[in-house]
Design a protein around this ligand. Structure first.
Ligand code: FPP
Length: 257
């Protein structure tokens, strides 16, 4: 990263406004913690892998629906660094599923203008998955309708720590640090501020997901288990987001006079 490069800030922006926030109407960054696959499967008398398979189908439907909801960047939490602690069989099944998803979604992504990027570490995923990641990223790199980022072997704390180690002594601005964070996560640009974070499955926590980028995110928790989450539910979450007033530490617009 070129630390001397001045961070881009569009004219007329408030100097202390969070970086990379979409103020231009160009589209939202929505991040989703897709929770509840296991419970969905067990409640139907199936095994947990069946829930993940159905979860991948839901991911496909939500990716398709995202642009109509005004979403320009969609980040899905597919596998956390702590998920390596799951039973080995489940981990192996998830890795096979990611590879299959990447191979099968490429044509659809190209047809729909979706640029696919995997964020997170790459040195611990199986070689076959790494190859599928690289080829999906290369094949979809021209997509301009939706930036689909899938977090695999991802830990926000780990990313921040690695970026901070690299940044030591450089006195970076927030924007420069965001670029560095994007780099350590293998993202293709600076890490982007999240507008709306959705978590399905009834739990209400962040689970080490996009901690830097969610500094001013609106949080939306749904009891729906991920395999049952529909395009209609996504629309409802985005509608609630638009009904909220975002103040970024300021005062309500009405009170500002
Ligand atoms: C959390 O539910 C879900 C995961 C750890 C895996 C997420 C994976 C998918 C949705 C499928 C693949 C998706 C893509 C985009 C390739 P859980 O298993 O913790 O559910 P539980 O809380 O009910 O046990």
């Amino acid at each position: 990263m070129d630390l001397a490069r001045p961070a881009h800030r569009p004219k007329g922006k408030v100097p202390h406004a969070p970086e990379a926030r979409d103020e231009s109407g160009a589209g939202l960054h929505v991040a989703i913690i897709m929770d509840g696959n296991g419970r969905w499967a067990v409640s139907r008398g199936s095994s947990r892998p069946a829930g993940h398979i159905e979860g991948a189908r839901t991911a496909r439907r939500i990716v398709e629906a995202a642009p109509q909801c005004g979403i320009r960047v969609l980040t899905l939490y597919a596998f956390s660094a702590d998920n390596w602690n799951r039973p080995q069989r489940e981990v192996a099944m998830l890795m096979r599923l990611f590879r299959r998803y990447l191979l099968s979604e490429v044509d659809r992504c190209i047809a729909n203008g979706v640029r696919l990027t995997i964020i997170g570490r790459r040195d611990r995923v199986p070689g076959e998955v790494r190859k599928a990641i690289e080829s999906a990223e290369a094949a979809t790199s021209e997509g301009r309708t939706l930036d689909l980022r899938i977090a695999v072997d991802y830990s926000a704390r780990d990313s921040i720590l690695r970026a901070a180690r690299r940044a030591a002594d450089h006195h970076l601005s927030r924007e420069q640090f965001s670029r560095l964070l994007g780099e350590v996560e293998h993202d293709r640009g600076p890490s982007r501020e999240v507008d709306l974070l959705i978590r399905t499955g009834g739990e209400q926590r962040l689970s080490d997901f996009l901690l830097w980028e969610c500094a001013y995110a609106e949080l939306y928790f749904s009891d729906i288990l991920w395999p049952d989450f529909s395009a209609k539910d996504l629309h409802a979450a985005v509608a609630e987001f638009h009904a909220r007033e975002r103040r970024f530490g300021g005062v309500p617009a009405a009170a500002a006079g």
